[in-house]
Each structure stands twice: as C-alpha cells, then as structure tokens.
Design a protein around this ligand. Structure first.
Ligand SMILES: *[C@@H]1O[C@H](CO)[C@@H](O)[C@H](O)[C@H]1NC(C)=O
Ligand SMILES: *[C@@H]1O[C@H](CO)[C@@H](O)[C@H](O)[C@H]1NC(C)=O
Length: 507
C-alpha cells in the first residue's frame, strides 16, 4: 500500500482526514501525524525504585568468582526483568565498603566483584558504566549508591585490604567497631576524601542520582563506645565548643550539606537522596517505639529534608501496617508531615520480609503500595523496594504481584526545584506508516527517554503505554491515537506529537 503521502501536519487541533489520488487509484491516508498538544501527566507519575545491593553479593553479582561475561549477562537479565515489571529506577550500590564497582583512582576494585580487593576485572569491564548505559537504554534512572563511612563489613581487620584503601591511607581514623571497620566521620581528611570520591563519580558517569542508605555513625554495639576520643579532643583543643554528641551531629550534617552543594554546582540535574532507618526518634509519632537514628547514629535526616539538602528521602519503613509500635502507615504519615519543603518521599518497602524469618504474606507488600498510592497527592510519591533478588526469583509470587501493581509504566515524578532542561528538548519529529511510529534522533544529551501515550477512547485521556530509552527510534503499534513526548533528565516532557494509526475513514 502506498504511504508516500502519509505524513500530514495539521496546525490546528482539528483532526483532518484526507483522501488523495495516486494515479488512478484512490488511496485512503490513514496512518498520519497530527497536531501537537501539551499533556499534563503529573497525576500519573510514581517513583518505582529497586535497590540492587552488591555488599556480600546480596543481589548482584551472584558470585565474585563468576566471569566478567557471566556477571554482565546477570546484570542485563536483572535490568530486563525490572523493566518488564515497570520499575523506573535502579539504586545500584557502587561503594559498599570504600571499594569500587567502577574504575576509580581513589578506591580499590571491590572484593565482591573480583574476589580480591584491588583486582581489576579480567576481561576488563566497568560495571557502573554498563549499569548506567543499560538503565538508560530502558528509560530507567540509575542512582549510584555509596556508603560514606563503612570501610569493611563482617571483619574489623585491615589485613587483606588494598594499599590504596582509605583504611590504609588514613589508618589513624579507621576503627575496629563490632564486626566492622569504620572510618571516623569527625576526621576532616575522611570527609574530604569521601566527598572527592563521590564527586569523581558524579563528574565522570551519567548517573541520575547519588544515594546513601542508613549507615552514618555505626549502629551502636553493646558495651563498646565508638573510639573517636582522639579526634574529639583535637577538635576541642582547636577551640571547638560543641559537646561530643552535637559535634558528631555536625560532622554528618556538614558532609550531607557539602555533598548537596557540590552535586548541585557541578551537575544540577543529579538528584541526591537517602534512605535512613525509618524511625527518626522513638516516640515520633506518638505510639511508635524503636531505635532512634537521630540520636544513636547522629543521622538527623529530618533536618536534611527540611533544609532541602536532599531531593528525596526514602525512610526504610520495614514494618507491617497493623502493629502500632512501628506502623508503616503511621510512620508514612509522620514523614509526610515533616516534609515542609515539598521534597519527595519514596517510602522504603521491605520486600525481603516475604522470605526472611518474618515471612510476611505478599498481601502486606500489596497493601503498603496501595497505602503509598493513597498518599500520593501529599508528596509520598513512590516506593523503593529492598531488594532486587526477590524479583529475579519471583519469590513467593512477588513478581506476579508487581505485574498487576505496575500494570502500566510510569514516569518518575519531576522535581520542580531542580533546573529542568525541558525548554531545550524539541517535540519529536515523527513519521508513521504500516503500524510503525518512527522519529528522528535528538543529539542533545539532555534527552533521556521517549514516552508513548495511547488515547483511551472512552475517556479521551492519554495513558502512558511505553517508556523508551533515548536510543529507541521506532515502535510498532496497533490501531489507535497516540502521543509521543521527549523526556529530559528530570523527567520533564516536551510537547506531545499526536499520531493516528490506521484510523478507518468515516463518511
Ligand atoms: C579538606 O579540604 C579543604 C578544602 O579543599 C582543605 O582546605 C583542607 O586542608 C582539607 N583538610 C584535610 C585534612 O585534608
Ligand atoms: C515538569 O513536569 C511536571 C510534571 O508534568 C510539570 O508539573 C512541570 O510544570 C514541568 N516543568 C517544566 C519546567 O516544564
């Protein structure tokens, strides 16, 4: 069938159906490109993140002895599966114990990657570079997850650590504490190097976010004081006046604030978020009882949210809804009330509880997602799930559940306070024929993805049907009315180009 005249640009929002003559045969022009419209998609947005933990090979790679090719294949298969379940963000742990899942001049290669700290992967590859490319190919965000102070997990010894590891370079500030090795957050040299290490990633990799989890000062070990007396005494003898507790608070606060400023001044579209332990202080809200991360880990995450130092917070609400002592919903509501600047809250959900000794029914996870969605208009804008391996194995049917929970794709919520590039993003230049919508590549690196909507004829609403990475330049579709937008790095969209596919002529 001749489609040479299939591209018709219509200036007004009026649908014009045309019939043209090609030679002696009258041909109906059916597939065609139509007007542009502005879609308001803010109501349908949701952050759907999954943590991919590398420490102790929790989620990936399955083994530090697997070959580079096997590890890459596992990563691609995992991302494929998370994409299929319509997750839109991956929180990828790249520095679990002051080591690296990427090429670094600061930290040594991770033991969890190659079996020996400091050993480069052979054949060589760079997992973070691959993860960024594979996430973006699928229209997903990739947030690089760092542990700022933990130097070693499961062992408090320095033996076997690479010469360039921070605990060797700054050994006077590396402390055995419980069964871990921990860097002193009060030492300026530790803080400097930690900031430089993270900014090196922000500047060299096209990451969408920087993420910290719940480790700041270590969780207290019974009967053991954190051994930072020498550092504190040095602070006092240099004229410091704060009590030890307030000084420890200031040490963490200043790292968070400095990192926030450095990220924003270098790459203003890169998000900074973290996922603290879910209870800021026991007794907040009334009735909640538990560990107080603010006073016991010096992690005043509420302040960081209220100061606007973080763009999003994902408190780990790893408890059920019903028991009042740590109720998921009571704590969600409390965190929403604390969010006085309207930053984003993406509640942390404990997928792993379906499989550990707590054996939650998966209906608990379903309820928690539903409760989060009920609170969406109050800035509780999504969830991050711990962790990826349960989806990989469809543990207890969890992936089947998410096929229905995430039946449609969603764009991440846009952050209004960050600089959007959307004015530099052109409406896609589209053509259509034989049920294939195609568009031309846009070379700007500000463009992240394309969003394809389909109009629901009953409601006339456009619903997101596919979120496509920036390398995708065509898609096959069935008959219907579609709209295609280009999406920037902060999930803001260009105008939408309307495309009519295979519409039968009427009259
Ligand atoms: C930390 O960095 C600051 C700013 O770059 C510098 O002035 C200071 O000397 C550094 N301190 C240490 C102990 O490395
Ligand atoms: C970015 O997208 C959001 C959600 O659709 C919208 O509310 C906001 O106005 C957009 N910002 C810009 C600069 O276009």
């Amino acid at each position: 069938m001749a489609r040479s005249l299939s591209i018709i640009f219509v200036a007004a929002a009026v649908l014009v159906l045309v019939s043209v003559s090609v030679g002696l045969v009258s041909v109906s022009v059916r597939d065609h490109v139509s007007n542009t419209i502005k879609l308001d998609t803010s109501a349908d947005r949701e952050f759907r993140g999954v943590w991919v933990a590398t420490v102790a090979n929790i989620d990936w790679p399955s083994s530090s002895h697997a070959t580079s090719a096997q590890q890459q294949a596992e990563l691609v298969a995992l991302f494929d599966q998370l994409k299929e379940l319509n997750f839109n963000a991956i929180i990828f742990q790249v520095r679990p114990v002051a080591d690296a899942f990427y090429s670094s001049s600061y930290d040594p290669w991770s033991v969890y990657l190659t079996g020996q700290q400091g050993r480069e992967p052979s054949p060589y590859w760079d997992p973070l570079a691959t993860a960024v490319a594979e996430a973006h190919k699928r229209g997903m965000e990739l947030h690089a997850w760092f542990n700022p102070y933990r130097a070693r997990a499961g062992s408090s010894s320095r033996s076997g650590l690479a010469a360039k590891h921070i605990a060797n370079q700054l050994h006077q500030y590396a402390y055995a504490y419980g069964s871990n090795l921990w860097m002193d957050p009060g030492a300026q040299a530790v803080k400097n190097r930690t900031l430089d290490t993270i900014m090196d990633v922000v500047n060299r990799y096209d990451v969408d976010g920087v993420h910290f989890d719940d480790y700041f000062y270590p969780y207290p070990v019974a009967g053991q004081a954190f051994p930072d007396t020498a550092t504190y005494n040095a602070y006092v003898s240099n004229g410091g006046h704060l009590s030890r507790d307030l000084w420890r608070h200031q040490n963490v606060d200043s790292l968070i604030q400095a990192l926030s400023q450095r990220i924003k001044s270098s790459r203003p579209w890169v998000k900074f978020g973290l996922s603290p332990f879910g209870i800021w202080m026991s007794g907040h809200p009334h009735g909640v009882v538990g560990f107080s991360s603010n006073t016991q880990q010096y992690a005043d995450s509420r302040k960081w949210l209220q100061e606007g130092w973080v763009d999003y917070l994902s408190p780990q609400l790893y408890w059920k809804i019903d028991p009042p002592q740590q109720s998921f919903t009571a704590l969600s509501d409390w965190w929403i009330q604390q969010n006085t600047r309207g930053r984003h809250l993406y509640t942390g959900v404990a997928t792993y509880r379906i499989a550990d000794s707590h054996s939650w029914p998966i209906s608990e996870i379903q309820r928690q997602v539903t409760e989060t969605r009920l609170r969406r208009s109050q800035n509780d804008l999504g969830n991050i799930f711990f962790s990826a391996k349960y989806y990989r194995s469809n543990s207890h049917g969890i992936s089947d559940l998410f096929k229905s929970l995430n039946a449609r794709p969603a764009l991440a919520p846009s952050m209004q306070w960050l600089h959007s590039d959307v004015s530099h993003i052109a409406t896609p230049t589209v053509s259509v024929g034989s049920g294939t919508i195609s568009w031309t590549a846009d070379s700007t690196d500000r463009l992240r993805a394309y969003a394809l909507y389909r109009r629901d004829e009953a409601t006339s609403q456009y619903r997101l049907q596919q979120l496509l990475g920036r390398d995708t330049l065509s898609v096959k579709v069935g008959p219907g009315t579609y709209a295609l937008t280009a999406v920037d790095r902060l999930a803001n969209e260009s105008q939408a180009r309307v495309v009519i596919v295979d519409t039968p002529l009427v009259g």
